[in-house]
Write a protein that binds this ligand. Structure first.
Ligand code: NDP
Length: 450
């Protein structure tokens, strides 16, 4: 194992805030919510044509496609949130009684202030119980229609925005009035930046970790139910479900299921390690993910696409390839970190670079950078797998409109930006050890290219 140290600076979220940053945040706060409504209206009013929607904006007809508030939609949202909160705090022994206890309490990574927090990992149970409940209640008992989510889509969008902005304000005020771990807060000097990017690293309210809960529960558990509801609506409208809709449900379902099956890996991601909880997460969790990550399914409701068997097989295989790389790369890093480098990778003991970093309490701590498996081929091959999988969701929708490709374009920008952001942070944290890793593994996402 090679050893490298020195050259380490401040790490965790540290960003220089200037006038450009503030303007950027003001733009994000206005443009991003408008974009969600734009896509909503393009789907419901213009069959998924972004261009026709643009004409609608110009001639004023698009405004008639905007959703209106509905108390029923509010009820759906409140019931869903309360149900997910209950499943998140449900006592561990209940899971043990069920016989398929998943994770239990796991220790997270060291925070910049030197804290290590415990997390209740029970997302798989929440996902399974939620889906069983939905299917039994909607299909078997007939308590509500399986299209219930689609039926209230507009109202849900409005209330989800209210929830997101209320949550962001709550997180900001909480950081000042009753912070969970005061020494892990970050103040940039700009209240707008702090409001948007968050102050607290790990805000908690009672047994609920706000970041783990909102990033990982109401929105992601709902993702697969939303897709099911879109499939049900397609059936309702056309009398059958297209193979493109089945592919989108299957491939996105794999992604979601993996997230919960190996929820422990999520504790080793940037979201949990470094990002603070503010408007960025609140809006992303409550609005962006449920309403924009599901665009393919929504598109297929208004624009059913029947794929040839050969093309459908190609999309399926591409998606499975992306999923395999994504899953395998994330598992390798998680296993490596969790077993302190003793878990074999591709039949061999993993190679790594020893690195040191400092926490705010002045202590020097040890870490390791994996250089075997996918992490020896590229520095972010988990992103590469994610991108291939995302492309397959879009390809499943054919080539008539740009609408279903939005997610792929968005995730490409997000992951490339995230890659650069992460590398900046890793360099601040590990100094020359990170440089050594970059020299040994020179490419990020596409070996030989980038
Ligand atoms: P990673 O899981 O790649 O985590 C990056 C962190 O891992 C670094 O900050 C560093 O943290 C550690 N690390 C980096 N290189 C090494 C190495 N060689 N050996 C050991 N540890 C290393 O990134 P993300 O958290 O961004 O993503 C996790 C997954 O989630 C990805 O597959 C991504 O595609 C997916 N994702 C999906 C999104 C979506 O919206 N669909 C959004 C974001 C991510 P440390 O400080 O611990 O060393």
């Amino acid at each position: 194992m090679a050893k490298a140290t020195v050259g380490r600076g401040q790490w965790g979220r540290a960003w220089y805030v200037n006038a450009k940053t503030v303007i950027g945040i003001l733009l994000l706060l206005t443009v991003i919510p408008l974009m969600v409504f734009y896509f909503y209206a393009a789907a419901f009013g213009y069959g998924g044509s972004l261009l026709e929607m643009a004409h609608g904006v110009v001639d004023g007809t698009a405004w008639y496609q905007l959703p209106s508030f509905s108390w029923e939609a509010l009820q759906v949202l409140v019931v869903w949130l309360v149900f997910q909160l209950f499943l998140a705090v449900i006592p561990d022994y209940l899971h043990r009684l069920l016989g398929w206890y998943q994770g239990g309490w796991l220790l997270g990574a060291m925070t910049p202030a030197g804290n290590r927090l415990w997390y209740n990992i029970n997302g798989l149970q929440a996902w399974v119980i939620s889906h069983l409940f939905f299917i039994i209640a909607a299909v078997w008992l007939g308590w509500f229609s399986p299209t219930v989510i689609f039926d209230h889509w507009g109202g849900l969008l409005l209330w989800a925005n209210c929830l997101a902005f209320s949550l962001a304000v709550f997180a900001y005020v909480k950081a000042y009035l009753f912070p969970s771990h005061p020494e892990d807060r970050k103040f940039s000097g700009s209240w707008l930046y702090d409001f948007y990017m968050g102050v607290e690293l790990n805000p908690r309210v009672g047994p609920i970790d706000l970041k783990l809960f909102f990033n990982g529960r109401p929105g992601i558990v709902a993702w697969t139910l939303i897709n099911l509801s879109f499939a049900a609506e397609q059936y309702h409208l056309y009398g059958y479900v297209t193979n493109s809709m089945l592919l989108v449900n299957l491939l996105q379902g794999l992604y979601v299921l993996y997230f919960f099956y190996k929820e422990s890996w999520y504790l080793n991601t940037i979201d949990i390690h470094h990002d603070h909880f503010g408007c960025y997460f609140a809006f992303g969790d409550c609005v962006w993910l449920p309403f924009m990550y599901t665009l393919q399914g929504l598109y297929l409701v208004f624009h059913p696409v029947d794929l040839s068997a050969g093309y459908a097989l190609f999309v399926l295989l591409l998606g499975l390839l992306g999923f395999a790389i994504f899953m395998n790369a994330n598992n390798q890093k998680d296993g490596f970190r969790r077993t302190d480098g003793s878990k074999e990778i591709w039949g061999k003991k993993p190679a790594c670079i020893a690195a040191e970093y400092s926490t705010q309490d002045g202590q020097t701590r040890q870490s390791k950078l994996l250089t075997s498996g996918w992490w020896g081929i590229g520095r972010h091959m988990n992103y590469t797998g994610d991108l291939i999988l995302s492309l397959s969701y879009s390809l499943a929708c054919g080539f008539d409109h740009l609408f279903p490709y939005f997610y792929f374009i968005f995730i490409s920008i997000l992951l490339v930006h995230r890659c650069l952001r992460d590398e900046h942070r890793c360099y601040s944290k590990y100094g020359v050890a990170w440089e050594e890793y970059c020299a040994k593994v020179p490419y990020r996402l596409i070996p030989g290219v980038f």
